[in-house]
Write a protein that binds this ligand. Structure first.
Ligand SMILES: [Zn+2]
Length: 272
């Protein structure tokens, strides 16, 4: 990212106006601290930022907005909700999730990280063989994703797409950015890879909240037909007894949703 500090900024912007976005977002990323992780969208806006920077930053850190490209946040009402898991595959949690989904006859989409998929290729095959969909969540899940140079962003998407296609035998159809943060030149890369951008309509904050009842409340209160739910099979929080919160959350979620007469499906099914 050395070019961000290039003193010839004006000439760079003249050559490629997208550099404005690079610089504004780099400054904002430093200001807010991209390492603040999944809580960042709730962080109060830093004062004193220029209007342009504020607008670009909002587009960057607003996971469900449409300002920087098409963004699917929910599906049509067809008697189902889609369940999605980010940040896997994980050798401890993913097999347990697959067994739990099987027991409830539920389907899900797994947004997998490319380098984890190469470490645990058997888990990608297990996800596929269980009838779920494997989707693209970048190659290294860099928290600075939205402020990376566009060539690096393209590499993050393409490398993961190649890895996951090779391992699953079919190409992922959907992409979700690390932390849900995007920028304007992600869309052309997704188009090139025939990927659609998908975020979510409800998320449990299961990576940071240790209270299963609160996670379930976020997912289930006012649940609607066509919702897209976000949980994680990597980096999930543990409850006060040291158990992954998902061990309580997932069975409770599946029983509640199916009890309402809604099917639990993967994204290709909901968005077909
Ligand atoms: Zn993630």
């Amino acid at each position: 990212m050395a070019h961000h500090a290039d003193p010839g900024l004006a000439s760079m912007i003249a050559r490629d106006p997208r550099h404005v976005f690079h610089c504004a977002n780099l400054a904002t990323g430093i200001l807010l601290g991209c390492g603040a992780g999944h809580l960042l969208p709730f962080a109060p806006a830093a004062g004193g930022a220029a209007a342009l920077q504020a607008a670009l930053t909002a587009a960057c850190v607003c996971p469900r907005c449409q300002w920087v490209g098409a963004n699917v946040t929910r599906g049509p009402a067809r008697g189902a909700v889609a369940l999605t898991f980010d940040d896997g595959p994980d050798p401890a949690l993913t097999p347990w999730i697959l067994a739990t989904l099987r027991a409830h006859k539920a389907r899900a989409s797994f947004f997998c990280i490319g380098n984890k998929a190469r470490r645990y290729p058997h888990l990608i095959r297990a996800i596929r063989d269980s009838g779920h969909s494997v989707e693209n969540h970048s190659d290294r899940h860099r928290h600075s994703f939205a402020v990376l140079h566009h060539a690096v962003i393209a590499r993050e998407v393409r490398t993961a797409q190649q890895t996951l296609t090779d391992l699953a035998g079919t190409a992922p159809r959907f992409f979700r950015a690390p932390l849900g943060f995007r920028n304007p030149w992600l869309a052309p890369v997704l188009a090139e890879c025939q990927l659609r951008y998908v975020s979510w309509s409800r998320r449990g904050f299961d990576t940071v909240d240790r209270r299963p009842a609160h996670i379930l409340g976020r997912l289930l209160t006012d649940l609607r037909d066509g919702d897209i739910l976000l949980l994680h099979d990597g980096k999930g929080a543990c409850d006060r007894r040291g158990r992954p919160v998902l061990h309580t959350v997932l069975p409770g979620l599946l029983e509640n949703v199916t009890g309402r007469g809604l099917a639990v499906v993967d994204l290709p099914t909901l968005l077909a």
